[in-house]
Design a protein around this ligand. Structure first.
Ligand code: KIV
Length: 287
């Protein structure tokens, strides 16, 4: 896909405008479930801003506006404090900045658990105000009736099992799940329940490899792993982790760049240039 740029003369910023491209659809993602792991791997990253969405969009199948934005963008300690308004503001920005990927938006803690009807109200508002194609919610068997209720009413749902960060207060931390046979059986049953209820894809987070493999084999929809081994049908990472924006990241993250160091270096050079009166230079002057 080639990209051209249009100059916004009011701000002097260039925006990428790709050749007309059809957005991927939720059914197209569901069909990517391969038989015996033979499907084309699904690529998902989180995105929270329009500019990041523009940069990631050509390379991804799905962009997830994750409630991880609470920690990544807002410096909160958990995702529990994220609000619907935050998700809508960032979700709309990501939809505006993307052309190809399916955009999925996390329903935040407290906005959907109470009942399928409450979930429908939140999810329909999120979709109407952002233009996103689907929502994601955390939870297993207990959320299956909600997954079914939304899916049957035109709201595609991505489910999320294993380590579910919104439940951090109940789980007691972010450790990997499925280390005992009983916990493996519970998470497998959760995965089957939400898949049978109609989720179009399933995030499997922070589970031991044999469990990720068992879930992927057991469910009809694609699984998207994060800290869940290559056994899944696709992978997702928090984009800032993958870009090396944080000094410490979970063990399952590979840093594909070291942006924190590069930003720090650029800021240090800028500060030096200002202090030594080398910036602004001739090239930046209005004459
Ligand atoms: O909020 C988020 O970013 C997520 C991913 C980690 C799957 O749920």
């Amino acid at each position: 896909m080639s990209t051209t740029f249009t100059l916004d003369t009011s701000t002097s910023r260039a925006h990428p405008v790709p050749e007309p491209v059809r957005r991927l659809t939720v059914p197209a993602i569901s069909k990517r479930k391969g038989k015996d792991g033979a499907g084309e791997p699904i690529v998902m990253l989180t995105a929270y801003t329009a500019r990041m969405a523009q940069l990631l969009d050509p390379h991804c199948d799905l962009l997830l506006v994750g409630d991880s934005l609470g920690q990544v963008i807002y410096g909160l300690d958990t995702t529990v404090k994220v609000t619907i308004d935050m998700m809508i503001a960032h979700g709309a920005a990501v939809v505006r900045g993307s052309y190809r990927s399916v955009v999925v938006i996390d329903l935040p803690f407290g906005s959907y658990e109470e009942s399928p009807e409450a979930a429908f109200r939140t999810a329909s508002r999120v979709m109407q105000e952002t233009g996103a194609a689907a929502v994601k919610l955390e939870g297993g068997a207990v959320m299956a009736p909600t997954v079914r209720f939304l899916s049957e009413r035109g709201i595609p749902v991505m489910a999320h099992v294993g380590l579910t960060p919104q439940a951090v207060n109940a789980l007691g931390g972010y450790g990997a799940r499925g280390r005992s046979e009983a916990e493996q059986a519970k998470i497998l049953a959760d995965a089957k329940a939400v898949a049978d209820a109609g989720c179009f894809a399933l995030v499997v987070e922070g589970v031991v490899e044999p469990l990720a493999r068992a879930i992927t084999e057991a469910v009809a929809c694609p699984t998207i792993g994060i800290g869940a081994s290559p056994a899944c049908d696709g992978q997702v990472l928090v984009v800032d982790d993958m870009l090396g924006m944080f000094e410490r990241v979970p063990r399952f993250v590979e840093r594909f760049d070291d942006l924190a160091a590069r930003i720090s270096d650029a800021a240090s050079r800028y500060a030096g240039a200002v202090r030594e009166r080398r910036f602004p230079g001739d090239a930046q002057l209005y004459r």
